[in-house]
Write a protein of this length. Structure first.
Length: 313
Protein backbone atom coordinates (compact mmCIF):
# COMPACT_ATOMS: atom_id res chain seq x y z
CA UNK A 1 0.00 0.00 0.00
CA UNK A 2 2.86 2.39 0.83
CA UNK A 3 4.42 1.82 -2.57
CA UNK A 4 1.08 2.61 -4.20
CA UNK A 5 0.91 5.92 -2.30
CA UNK A 6 4.45 6.82 -3.32
CA UNK A 7 3.66 6.14 -6.99
CA UNK A 8 0.53 8.29 -6.87
CA UNK A 9 2.27 11.12 -4.99
CA UNK A 10 5.17 11.12 -7.44
CA UNK A 11 2.84 11.15 -10.42
CA UNK A 12 0.83 14.08 -9.04
CA UNK A 13 3.98 16.10 -8.37
CA UNK A 14 5.31 15.44 -11.87
CA UNK A 15 2.04 16.51 -13.49
CA UNK A 16 1.86 19.74 -11.50
CA UNK A 17 5.50 20.51 -12.27
CA UNK A 18 4.90 20.10 -16.01
CA UNK A 19 1.68 22.09 -15.95
CA UNK A 20 3.29 24.92 -14.00
CA UNK A 21 6.65 25.23 -15.77
CA UNK A 22 6.30 24.26 -19.43
CA UNK A 23 3.45 26.64 -20.43
CA UNK A 24 5.43 29.54 -18.94
CA UNK A 25 8.43 28.64 -21.05
CA UNK A 26 6.23 28.42 -24.14
CA UNK A 27 4.80 31.85 -23.39
CA UNK A 28 8.20 33.40 -22.73
CA UNK A 29 9.31 32.41 -26.23
CA UNK A 30 6.34 34.32 -27.66
CA UNK A 31 6.62 37.58 -25.75
CA UNK A 32 5.80 40.68 -27.82
CA UNK A 33 8.97 42.51 -28.82
CA UNK A 34 9.90 45.90 -30.26
CA UNK A 35 13.25 46.47 -31.95
CA UNK A 36 15.08 49.56 -33.19
CA UNK A 37 17.48 48.91 -36.06
CA UNK A 38 19.73 51.89 -36.93
CA UNK A 39 19.97 52.55 -40.65
CA UNK A 40 21.57 55.62 -42.22
CA UNK A 41 20.42 58.69 -40.31
CA UNK A 42 17.52 56.99 -38.61
CA UNK A 43 16.24 53.70 -37.27
CA UNK A 44 13.66 51.13 -38.38
CA UNK A 45 10.96 50.29 -35.86
CA UNK A 46 9.92 46.63 -35.94
CA UNK A 47 7.15 45.06 -33.89
CA UNK A 48 6.90 41.30 -33.34
CA UNK A 49 3.76 39.75 -31.83
CA UNK A 50 2.71 36.16 -31.01
CA UNK A 51 0.05 34.69 -33.29
CA UNK A 52 -2.64 34.77 -30.62
CA UNK A 53 -2.29 38.56 -30.41
CA UNK A 54 -1.51 39.74 -33.93
CA UNK A 55 -4.29 38.05 -35.91
CA UNK A 56 -6.98 40.56 -34.87
CA UNK A 57 -4.95 43.78 -34.66
CA UNK A 58 -6.39 46.47 -36.92
CA UNK A 59 -4.92 49.55 -35.24
CA UNK A 60 -1.96 50.35 -33.04
CA UNK A 61 -0.29 53.26 -31.30
CA UNK A 62 3.32 53.57 -30.16
CA UNK A 63 5.45 56.38 -28.70
CA UNK A 64 9.12 57.08 -29.24
CA UNK A 65 11.33 59.43 -27.22
CA UNK A 66 13.91 61.47 -29.15
CA UNK A 67 16.86 63.18 -27.43
CA UNK A 68 19.73 65.09 -29.02
CA UNK A 69 22.60 67.41 -28.18
CA UNK A 70 21.09 69.76 -30.80
CA UNK A 71 17.39 69.37 -29.99
CA UNK A 72 16.49 72.92 -31.04
CA UNK A 73 17.63 72.42 -34.66
CA UNK A 74 16.71 68.74 -35.05
CA UNK A 75 14.11 67.78 -37.65
CA UNK A 76 12.43 64.42 -37.02
CA UNK A 77 9.92 62.56 -39.18
CA UNK A 78 8.58 59.06 -39.60
CA UNK A 79 8.50 57.31 -42.98
CA UNK A 80 5.81 54.62 -43.09
CA UNK A 81 5.92 51.73 -45.55
CA UNK A 82 3.78 51.94 -48.69
CA UNK A 83 0.21 50.68 -48.38
CA UNK A 84 0.68 49.59 -44.78
CA UNK A 85 -2.69 50.90 -43.55
CA UNK A 86 -5.47 53.28 -44.52
CA UNK A 87 -4.28 55.69 -41.88
CA UNK A 88 -0.58 56.05 -41.09
CA UNK A 89 0.12 59.13 -38.99
CA UNK A 90 2.86 60.49 -36.78
CA UNK A 91 2.99 63.54 -34.56
CA UNK A 92 6.28 64.88 -33.28
CA UNK A 93 6.31 67.26 -30.31
CA UNK A 94 9.59 69.15 -30.41
CA UNK A 95 9.26 70.53 -26.89
CA UNK A 96 9.08 67.06 -25.29
CA UNK A 97 10.85 64.99 -27.96
CA UNK A 98 7.88 62.60 -28.03
CA UNK A 99 6.85 61.10 -31.36
CA UNK A 100 3.44 59.40 -31.52
CA UNK A 101 2.95 56.75 -34.20
CA UNK A 102 -0.47 55.60 -35.32
CA UNK A 103 -1.58 52.92 -37.79
CA UNK A 104 -5.17 51.98 -38.54
CA UNK A 105 -6.99 50.00 -41.22
CA UNK A 106 -10.03 47.83 -41.88
CA UNK A 107 -7.81 44.76 -42.35
CA UNK A 108 -5.42 43.09 -39.92
CA UNK A 109 -2.06 44.89 -39.96
CA UNK A 110 0.05 41.79 -39.41
CA UNK A 111 0.50 39.35 -42.27
CA UNK A 112 3.32 37.57 -40.44
CA UNK A 113 5.01 37.58 -37.03
CA UNK A 114 6.95 40.83 -37.53
CA UNK A 115 5.79 44.17 -38.89
CA UNK A 116 8.24 46.90 -39.94
CA UNK A 117 6.33 50.05 -39.03
CA UNK A 118 8.77 52.22 -40.93
CA UNK A 119 11.76 54.44 -40.21
CA UNK A 120 12.24 57.35 -37.85
CA UNK A 121 14.54 59.74 -39.68
CA UNK A 122 16.53 62.77 -38.53
CA UNK A 123 18.19 65.77 -40.14
CA UNK A 124 19.61 69.11 -39.08
CA UNK A 125 20.78 72.29 -40.81
CA UNK A 126 24.28 71.67 -39.46
CA UNK A 127 24.88 67.94 -38.95
CA UNK A 128 28.42 68.24 -37.58
CA UNK A 129 28.62 66.67 -34.13
CA UNK A 130 24.86 66.08 -33.89
CA UNK A 131 24.04 62.89 -32.01
CA UNK A 132 20.50 61.58 -31.67
CA UNK A 133 19.23 58.94 -29.28
CA UNK A 134 15.84 57.31 -29.71
CA UNK A 135 14.08 54.77 -27.54
CA UNK A 136 10.61 53.31 -27.14
CA UNK A 137 8.47 54.75 -24.34
CA UNK A 138 7.53 51.87 -22.05
CA UNK A 139 3.86 50.89 -21.78
CA UNK A 140 3.05 53.01 -24.84
CA UNK A 141 2.18 50.14 -27.19
CA UNK A 142 -1.58 50.16 -27.58
CA UNK A 143 -3.43 47.70 -29.81
CA UNK A 144 -7.00 47.84 -31.10
CA UNK A 145 -8.69 44.50 -31.71
CA UNK A 146 -12.32 44.42 -32.74
CA UNK A 147 -13.95 47.30 -30.89
CA UNK A 148 -11.67 47.26 -27.86
CA UNK A 149 -8.25 48.71 -27.23
CA UNK A 150 -5.65 47.76 -24.66
CA UNK A 151 -2.12 48.69 -23.65
CA UNK A 152 -0.01 45.59 -24.20
CA UNK A 153 1.93 44.53 -21.09
CA UNK A 154 5.11 42.44 -20.81
CA UNK A 155 6.77 43.76 -23.95
CA UNK A 156 10.46 43.25 -24.75
CA UNK A 157 11.91 46.74 -25.22
CA UNK A 158 15.07 47.48 -27.22
CA UNK A 159 18.15 49.34 -26.09
CA UNK A 160 18.43 53.01 -27.02
CA UNK A 161 19.45 53.49 -30.65
CA UNK A 162 22.18 56.11 -31.18
CA UNK A 163 22.53 57.88 -34.54
CA UNK A 164 25.32 60.29 -35.42
CA UNK A 165 24.21 62.58 -38.24
CA UNK A 166 26.54 63.07 -41.16
CA UNK A 167 28.23 59.71 -40.65
CA UNK A 168 25.41 57.25 -41.30
CA UNK A 169 24.97 57.82 -45.02
CA UNK A 170 22.17 59.63 -46.80
CA UNK A 171 18.67 59.19 -45.39
CA UNK A 172 17.09 60.89 -48.40
CA UNK A 173 15.51 63.59 -46.22
CA UNK A 174 16.56 67.19 -46.65
CA UNK A 175 16.43 69.54 -43.67
CA UNK A 176 14.81 72.86 -44.09
CA UNK A 177 11.70 74.86 -43.81
CA UNK A 178 9.25 71.87 -43.79
CA UNK A 179 7.60 71.37 -40.43
CA UNK A 180 10.73 72.12 -38.43
CA UNK A 181 9.42 74.93 -36.30
CA UNK A 182 6.91 75.81 -33.66
CA UNK A 183 4.29 73.44 -35.00
CA UNK A 184 6.18 70.17 -34.66
CA UNK A 185 3.33 67.94 -35.85
CA UNK A 186 3.81 65.72 -38.88
CA UNK A 187 1.53 63.28 -40.64
CA UNK A 188 1.61 60.51 -43.16
CA UNK A 189 1.19 63.03 -45.93
CA UNK A 190 3.70 65.39 -44.33
CA UNK A 191 2.60 68.88 -43.40
CA UNK A 192 5.10 70.47 -45.75
CA UNK A 193 5.47 74.16 -46.26
CA UNK A 194 5.23 76.96 -43.74
CA UNK A 195 5.33 76.24 -40.06
CA UNK A 196 1.74 76.07 -38.81
CA UNK A 197 -0.09 76.47 -35.54
CA UNK A 198 -0.49 73.00 -33.93
CA UNK A 199 -4.19 73.58 -33.23
CA UNK A 200 -4.89 74.54 -36.84
CA UNK A 201 -2.82 71.57 -38.03
CA UNK A 202 -4.91 69.24 -35.87
CA UNK A 203 -8.10 70.76 -37.24
CA UNK A 204 -6.97 69.95 -40.77
CA UNK A 205 -6.07 66.38 -39.79
CA UNK A 206 -9.43 65.91 -38.09
CA UNK A 207 -11.26 67.23 -41.16
CA UNK A 208 -9.40 64.78 -43.41
CA UNK A 209 -10.14 61.86 -41.08
CA UNK A 210 -13.81 62.87 -40.99
CA UNK A 211 -14.00 62.97 -44.79
CA UNK A 212 -12.46 59.50 -44.89
CA UNK A 213 -14.94 58.21 -42.31
CA UNK A 214 -17.85 59.42 -44.45
CA UNK A 215 -16.78 57.16 -47.31
CA UNK A 216 -17.62 53.96 -45.39
CA UNK A 217 -21.00 52.34 -46.05
CA UNK A 218 -23.17 51.26 -43.16
CA UNK A 219 -24.35 48.17 -45.01
CA UNK A 220 -20.80 46.81 -45.27
CA UNK A 221 -20.05 46.66 -41.54
CA UNK A 222 -21.42 45.16 -38.35
CA UNK A 223 -24.02 47.33 -36.52
CA UNK A 224 -21.92 47.73 -33.38
CA UNK A 225 -18.70 48.74 -35.13
CA UNK A 226 -20.49 51.21 -37.43
CA UNK A 227 -22.43 52.69 -34.52
CA UNK A 228 -19.09 53.29 -32.83
CA UNK A 229 -17.88 55.09 -35.97
CA UNK A 230 -21.01 57.24 -36.15
CA UNK A 231 -20.54 58.23 -32.51
CA UNK A 232 -16.93 59.24 -33.15
CA UNK A 233 -17.93 61.18 -36.29
CA UNK A 234 -20.57 63.11 -34.37
CA UNK A 235 -18.07 63.97 -31.63
CA UNK A 236 -15.52 65.08 -34.23
CA UNK A 237 -18.04 67.37 -35.93
CA UNK A 238 -18.98 68.93 -32.59
CA UNK A 239 -15.34 69.68 -31.79
CA UNK A 240 -14.71 71.13 -35.28
CA UNK A 241 -17.75 73.38 -34.96
CA UNK A 242 -16.25 74.94 -31.82
CA UNK A 243 -13.65 77.54 -32.71
CA UNK A 244 -12.39 77.58 -29.12
CA UNK A 245 -11.73 73.81 -29.00
CA UNK A 246 -8.47 73.08 -27.18
CA UNK A 247 -5.59 71.12 -28.68
CA UNK A 248 -6.23 68.22 -26.27
CA UNK A 249 -9.88 68.04 -27.39
CA UNK A 250 -8.88 67.95 -31.06
CA UNK A 251 -6.28 65.26 -30.38
CA UNK A 252 -8.81 63.13 -28.46
CA UNK A 253 -11.44 63.48 -31.20
CA UNK A 254 -8.91 62.57 -33.89
CA UNK A 255 -7.66 59.56 -31.93
CA UNK A 256 -11.20 58.30 -31.26
CA UNK A 257 -12.19 58.72 -34.89
CA UNK A 258 -9.10 56.91 -36.16
CA UNK A 259 -9.70 54.11 -33.65
CA UNK A 260 -13.30 53.78 -34.80
CA UNK A 261 -12.21 53.54 -38.44
CA UNK A 262 -9.65 50.91 -37.57
CA UNK A 263 -12.18 48.95 -35.51
CA UNK A 264 -14.74 48.64 -38.31
CA UNK A 265 -15.71 44.99 -38.79
CA UNK A 266 -16.96 43.62 -42.08
CA UNK A 267 -20.30 41.82 -42.00
CA UNK A 268 -19.82 38.06 -41.93
CA UNK A 269 -19.86 36.52 -45.40
CA UNK A 270 -19.29 32.94 -44.28
CA UNK A 271 -19.18 30.73 -41.24
CA UNK A 272 -16.27 32.57 -39.68
CA UNK A 273 -17.35 35.75 -37.92
CA UNK A 274 -14.80 36.92 -35.44
CA UNK A 275 -16.26 38.40 -32.30
CA UNK A 276 -14.78 41.60 -30.93
CA UNK A 277 -12.24 40.46 -28.36
CA UNK A 278 -9.75 42.15 -26.08
CA UNK A 279 -6.10 41.78 -26.98
CA UNK A 280 -4.45 39.02 -24.98
CA UNK A 281 -0.83 39.27 -23.86
CA UNK A 282 -0.15 35.56 -24.28
CA UNK A 283 -1.21 32.43 -26.10
CA UNK A 284 -3.60 30.69 -23.73
CA UNK A 285 -4.06 27.78 -26.11
CA UNK A 286 -0.63 26.58 -24.97
CA UNK A 287 -2.10 25.82 -21.54
CA UNK A 288 -4.95 23.63 -22.79
CA UNK A 289 -2.90 20.44 -23.36
CA UNK A 290 -1.62 20.65 -19.79
CA UNK A 291 -5.09 21.16 -18.39
CA UNK A 292 -6.09 18.01 -20.26
CA UNK A 293 -3.11 16.12 -18.86
CA UNK A 294 -4.01 17.26 -15.36
CA UNK A 295 -7.63 16.18 -15.75
CA UNK A 296 -6.62 12.74 -17.04
CA UNK A 297 -4.10 12.39 -14.23
CA UNK A 298 -6.71 13.15 -11.58
CA UNK A 299 -8.93 10.54 -13.18
CA UNK A 300 -6.12 7.96 -12.96
CA UNK A 301 -5.52 8.85 -9.32
CA UNK A 302 -9.21 8.54 -8.53
CA UNK A 303 -9.35 5.19 -10.28
CA UNK A 304 -6.34 3.98 -8.24
CA UNK A 305 -7.86 5.11 -4.94
CA UNK A 306 -11.15 3.44 -5.80
CA UNK A 307 -9.47 0.07 -6.42
CA UNK A 308 -7.34 0.51 -3.29
CA UNK A 309 -10.50 0.86 -1.18
CA UNK A 310 -12.00 -2.23 -2.80
CA UNK A 311 -8.78 -4.16 -2.16
CA UNK A 312 -8.75 -3.14 1.51
CA UNK A 313 -12.31 -4.43 1.89
Amino acid sequence: MKSMKRIIAGFVMAVFACAAVLPLRAYAAEEPEISLQPEGEGANVILTLPESVRENVYSLELRLKVESNAQEQLHAEFLFGEGMAKIAEYRYHEDTGIMNLYLSGSEALFKEASLNLGKVSFSAANKEGVIVQVHVVEDSLKLVSGTRSEVLPRVGYPETATIELGKGGSSGNEPGGGNDGSGGNGGSGGNAGESTNPVQSLREELKKALELAKTYKKSDYTPDSFANLEKAMKAAEEVLNRQDAAQSELEAALRDLENAIGALEKRASGTDQRAAASVSSGDHTAVLPWVTVLAVSMGVIGFGLYHRKRFMR
